[in-house]
Ligand binder design. Structure first.
Ligand SMILES: [Mg+2]
Length: 268
């Protein structure tokens, strides 16, 4: 793990974004756009970027397994890699594909390195800004080379965040409309990587999430934890990407997580 150089991952992300992702930004042909699993958008840039990321990350750590969002859509069994006694790369080649495909600026490359159920390192790269956000377990969270620490806001009425409206228990969906009003603002970037970064920095305060695909969440979870934030699922457990997860609260502080969870209980 120690032989992974930050510059190497930065170079990989920079090259993939310059050579594959950005040339297709605002420049996708109809042939470049497809749908997977019925409704999820996927572009030629997602697929090409993942291939290139895989090739280069495995050069750095040849014994590691690899789980990519696009590979998973063809073979769900790759999630079994998490149970092996080995390092594993997890990659979301483009987080925020819908933004990317519509020429909107919030999209990111996300990478994580894990060993069994432990998240060791993660990277979230913003191609348009050329900004690298990263985290090392027990060391800290960084934006470029600057260590960051989150800002706690523990009064629910003053918090800004997002609530995933998909996949909740059927009865809760209607109540969500009322529930949303207890917060200062509920809005989504449609790019969870950007939300994790802003929770880490303290510009935003929380995200209530569902349908937890590991590539969407492992990188940002480590970033928020190392910035001083916290995560909790509805059964009061920490996020565990090796298990099937339902809903998760991520925020600036454990205190805020419990307050939100309590409110969810009142509204359920
Ligand atoms: Mg993606």
């Amino acid at each position: 793990m120690d032989n992974i150089k930050q510059e190497d991952i930065e170079d990989i992300c920079f090259n993939v974004s310059q050579n594959i992702i950005l040339p297709k930004f605002k420049n996708l042909s109809d042939d470049d756009i497809n749908y997977k699993n019925g409704s999820d958008l996927v572009t030629a840039a997602d697929i090409e970027a993942e291939k290139e990321l895989k090739k280069n990350l495995l050069k750095i750590l040849p014994t590691a397994n690899f789980i990519g969002e696009e590979e998973y859509s063809r073979n769900e069994n790759i999630l079994n890699f998490y149970n092996e006694d080995a390092y594993c790369w997890t990659v979301d080649p483009i987080d925020g594909t819908t933004n990317f495909a519509n020429g909107r600026d919030k999209f990111a490359i996300m990478i994580a390195l894990t060993f069994k159920e432990k998240i060791l390192r993660s990277w979230i790269y913003k191609p348009l800004d050329k900004i690298m956000c990263s985290a090392i377990v027990n060391e800290g969270a960084y934006i470029n080379n600057n260590k960051i620490i989150t800002k706690e806001v523990n009064i629910i009425e003053e918090t800004i965040g997002s609530i995933s409206t998909k996949y909740w228990e059927p009865g809760f969906k209607d109540k969500l409309k009322i529930f949303k009003n207890i917060f200062k603002e509920v809005s989504s970037y449609r790019c969870i990587g950007f939300e994790y970064i802003d929770i880490g920095i303290g510009i935003r305060n929380f995200a209530i999430l569902s349908k937890l695909s590991p590539w969407d969440h492992i990188p940002g979870i480590l970033f928020v934890r190392e910035a001083g934030g916290s995560d909790i699922d509805f059964d009061k457990n920490k996020y565990d990407f090796t298990k099937k997860n339902k809903n998760l609260i991520v925020s600036n502080s454990e205190d805020l997580n419990f307050k939100i969870l309590e409110k969810i209980g009142e509204y359920s």
